[in-house]
Design a binder for this molecule. Structure first.
Ligand code: FA5
Ligand code: MG
Length: 381
């Protein structure tokens, strides 16, 4: 389309559609649905829930750290494999590097899958306190809390030996305690009283590592990952003998809880009935659904092949149905005597903005079936 052909500019970098989407290049797996999101920068719209949230988090850090945190929110999402993975010690064989999980522009360039891709460069530039907000990209499953483009805010704080020498703790324990205190304070600043819990986890770039979960819609929802930065990252970037903490917040996840937004697709809506409900500086206004449109479920069964992955299926479905697809869920799975494996997926179609007609849904499903067969080479049953 004409819109897709025009170059956009992000963080001073001009990006044309053909620089990012290369159908004939096997080292490229970026579809037009993803390209169309680059440059929208929802987090830079002051009246959008993500912008309101970003600004409220800025307020918290400004107040509690006397403006020491440097803020960045306009960095180009095209980064090198080195920035996205090597600089943060992601092992060569880690799944997140695969074409199944990450959008590759070419073998050396990706759409960043996390804002941690910028840690090393800011450290090298001498920053000790910084917040980096940006759109991040991941091939993933489809449901109400996962979307292939979402937004993160990275926080990073460096300590020197003077900071912890009088505390009676070692640097790592000191940083871990400061990290938890800082993020619990942020959670209270955003939510007031809310049920939350810390869960131990693993990240290649931090040790120890934690996730914070918040109770939402009758379940625990993971809203951030964090930890004490691996020494190797500090050493390699000019901070020998220092310690640091880092966190990565999922902005949509926090905003869903704060504004009662039931589905992650809504953040991308241009419908006035969505956008007009939010205004600059107003945190926690509860979203009122325009009306509840019914979902429509369609099942599809096929024999898979060795190359089949659920992420590939979701990409094909989204390529046809766009934001009309709400969920793709495996509901049956068996292997026959010949060793052939069958999967049955249930696709939920629902618009956030209007009722879908039977004809429209039947057409979508027909096109989805055809695309799944042709692009994934599976045998429909
Ligand atoms: C990371 O991305 C780490 N870089 C976070 C980090 C930074 C850890 C610094 C330690 C130090 P993770 O993959 O868990 O971690 O993602 C972080 C958050 O992003 C999650 O907690 C969740 O809130 C959000 N998130 C992850 N995947 C999605 C998705 N598909 N859609 C929406 N939000 C998502
Ligand atoms: Mg996680």
């Amino acid at each position: 389309t004409a819109a897709a052909a025009a170059a956009i500019e992000v963080g001073g970098v001009k990006i044309a559609r053909d620089d990012v989407v290369k159908e004939d290049d096997p080292t490229n797996n970026v579809p037009d649905t993803i390209f169309s999101k680059i440059g929208l920068q929802l987090h830079r719209r002051d009246s959008h829930p993500l912008g309101i949230l970003k600004n409220t988090i800025y307020d918290y850090f400004d107040k509690n750290f006397a403006g020491q945190f440097d803020k960045f929110d306009d960095l180009c999402p095209l980064v090198s494999v080195k920035q996205n993975f090597d600089d943060v010690l992601v092992p060569a064989d880690h799944v997140s590097r695969s074409y199944n999980d990450t959008y590759y522009v070419d073998s050396q360039t990706v759409l960043r899958c996390h804002t941690s891709a910028h840690q090393a460069e800011f450290l090298r530039d001498g920053h000790t306190h910084f917040l980096v907000t940006g759109d991040v990209y991941r091939r993933d499953s489809i449901d109400s809390t996962h979307y292939p483009v979402f937004h993160q805010m990275e926080g990073f704080r460096v300590f020197s030996p003077d900071d912890w020498s009088d505390s009676g703790m070692d640097g790592t324990a000191y940083a871990a305690a400061d990290l938890k205190k800082t993020l619990e304070g942020l959670a209270r600043h955003l939510f007031g009283a809310v049920e939350m819990r810390w869960v131990d986890t693993y990240f290649p770039f931090t040790n120890p590592s934690f996730e914070l979960e918040i109770y939402f819609q009758d379940d625990w929802l993971e809203v951030l990952g964090c930890g004490v930065t691996e020494q190797e990252i500090l050493k390699k970037n000019g901070r020998t003998d220092h310690v640091a903490w880092a966190f990565g917040l999922g902005l949509e996840r926090l905003a869903m809880v704060l504004f009662d937004i039931p589905d992650i697709r809504l953040f991308w809506s241009n419908d006035k009935r969505f956008t007009s409900q939010f205004s600059e500086g107003k945190l926690g206004v509860k979203f009122k659904p325009f009306s509840k449109f019914p979902p429509c479920y369609k099942d599809m069964s096929f024999w898979i092949n060795d190359a089949f992955t659920e992420n590939n299926l979701c990409e094909v479905v989204r390529g046809i149905a766009g934001d009309l697809v709400e969920e793709v869920k495996l509901i049956d799975n068996f292997t026959n005597k010949k060793g052939m494996t069958s999967h049955c997926y249930r696709i939920a179609y629902r618009s956030m903005e209007r009722s879908l007609t039977d004809e429209e849904i039947n057409n979508l499903q027909l096109n989805v079936r055809e695309a799944v067969q042709n692009k994934l080479n599976v045998e429909l049953r």
